[in-house]
Design a protein around this ligand. Sequence first.
Ligand code: 5GP
Length: 197
Amino acid sequence: MSRTGILLLVSGPSGSGKTTLCRRLADEKEAHYSISCTTRAPREGEVNGRDYHFLDRADFTDRIEAGDFLEHAEVHGNHYGTLKSEVRDYISKGADVVMDIDVQGAILVRACEDSDIQTALTELFVMPPSEEELRARLTGRGTDAEDVIALRMKNALDEMKHWPSYTYRLISSTREEDYLNFKSLVLAERLKISRLT
Ligand code: 5GP
């Protein structure tokens, strides 16, 4: 007996540690990391096709018109979108997919009528333990300017209000403990009867 894949949707404010969790799961070959498209500029060290598909606005619009996105949203003044091709083929073959998307994208995926997506979907919200800790993490990253940090702090507090819409919530602690909880969620989801084929 085999099963279809899990679509693990992970949201949470910048500084929650969600990207690190998703990346590690993919690095350990436990899931495919869905590489999003974005119109934002690459940060230092980011690689096109590994961290994101970096597109200009015209290319992004073309992709919308071609129907390539499962969902797309504007976040912090830039466009982000999940390609259908990063998700569908994987889950139908029984591979698990992890995607790191914002709360607006989560609303769109939740509303998606594709039954394969709905069977695959499980949602986790990752949040920092306190507002002070969030502020420290956003400042500590050291890659963004003051005004960017202030905007992210405001957005983070707004985003945090959405946690009750998710199936699971993880309040972040140490990296190792967070990953243990995260991996445990994946392992449990793999036992779900509704995905057996
Ligand atoms: P960053 O620019 O820091 O990499 O990401 C900013 C925000 O965009 C994060 O909350 C991240 O989860 C979200 N994001 C990344 N990819 C996507 C996507 O494909 N769709 C949506 N809706 N949000 C995304």
